[in-house]
Write a protein that binds this ligand. Structure first.
Ligand code: ZN
Length: 242
C-alpha cells in the first residue's frame, strides 16, 4: 500500500491544494492526515472540506480540539488563541461536524499514528532523541507517525541505538532497517527554515518512505491572513518557514 501523509495544515488552503496536486500525481492508495486541519490560517472551511473529501484517515490536533471548545485557549500562545477564536467565529456546521468526529490517535496497516506523541497524543512534542525513544517504547508497531511540532523528523531505532535527525526534501528511508518514528513536517505552517509545504510518501509494501516538499503561493495565504485580520506574525512566519 502506498500512502501520502500530511499534517498540520492549519487552514492554509493554497499549501494544501498544491500538496494535493502532487499527491494526486503519485496516485497513492490512501491519504492520512495527522491533525491540526485548522488554526492559524484563513481558510478553515475549505481545508476541512478538502481533507474530508480526500483523506482516508484524519486525526484531531490540539488546534482542532481548541476550536471545538474542548481545550482551554489559555493554554495556547496569544496568536494561536486569537486565531482559534477567529476560527470559531467562521467555522461552518459541516466543518464542525467533520472535526467533531476526529480522534488524536489511530492505528492503520500496522502503523501507529498520533498527533503529538504516544505519551500525550494531543499536547506532547517529539523534538528530542529522548522523546523519540520514549515514544517508540510506548507503541508496538514498527512505524510511528507523529505531527504537531511542524518539524520533519526521521528517527531510527535499531539494535538499541537511536539515530537520525531532520527529514530533508528528497530523503529516502529504508523502513526495514529498524523501527522508525517519522514526522512529515507541516503542510500549512512549516518550521525549521524551509517555507515549502512538507509531506511524506510511504510505500509500506516496499518498506520505503520519501520526504517531500511542495512550493505554493505563500503570498496568497499571507493576503488571506491579513484580510481575515489575523495576527500579522502569522503571515510573516509563512515566508520564513518558522
Ligand atoms: Zn500544528
Amino acid at each position: 500500500m502506498r500512502v501520502a501523509v500530511v499534517s498540520d495544515i492549519h487552514a492554509n488552503y493554497h499549501a494544501l491544494e498544491a500538496v494535493l496536486a502532487e499527491v494526486t500525481a503519485e496516485a497513492p492508495d490512501e491519504v492520512w492526515c495527522l491533525g491540526d486541519v485548522v488554526g492559524y490560517g484563513p481558510d478553515p472551511n475549505r481545508c476541512c472540506e478538502l481533507v474530508r473529501d480526500c483523506a482516508d484517515l484524519c486525526l484531531a490536533g490540539n488546534h482542532d480540539l481548541a476550536v471545538l471548545g474542548r481545550l482551554r485557549l489559555e493554554d495556547f500562545n496569544d496568536d494561536a488563541a486569537a486565531a482559534a477564536r477567529w476560527t470559531q467565529s467562521v467555522l461552518s456546521d459541516e466543518s464542525r461536524d467533520f472535526l467533531e468526529g476526529l480522534e488524536p490517535r489511530a492505528r492503520r496497516a500496522d502503523v501507529a499514528l498520533v498527533h503529538g506523541s504516544p505519551l500525550d497524543p494531543v499536547w506532547d512534542y517529539v523534538l528530542s532523541e529522548e522523546g523519540a525513544r520514549r515514544s517508540l517504547e510506548l507503541v508496538s508497531e514498527p512505524l510511528l507517525l507523529v505531527g504537531h511540532s511542524h518539524v520533519a523528523l526521521r528517527i531510527r531505532s535499531a539494535g538499541g541505538t537511536l539515530s537520525g535527525g531532520l527529514g530533508v526534501a528528497g530523503d529516502e528511508i529504508d523502513l526495514n532497517s529498524g523501527r522508525w518514528l517519522l514526522n512529515p513536517g507541516s503542510v500549512g505552517q512549516p518550521r525549521a527554515g524551509d517555507p515549502r509545504a512538507a509531506w511524506l510518501l510511504l510505500d509500506l509494501d516496499a518498506g520505503r518512505a520519501w520526504f517531500r516538499r511542495t512550493v505554493y503561493a505563500i503570498a496568497s495565504t499571507q493576503a488571506g491572513v491579513r484580510a481575515a485580520g489575523l495576527p500579522e506574525a502569522l503571515a510573516v512566519r509563512l515566508a520564513l518557514g518558522q
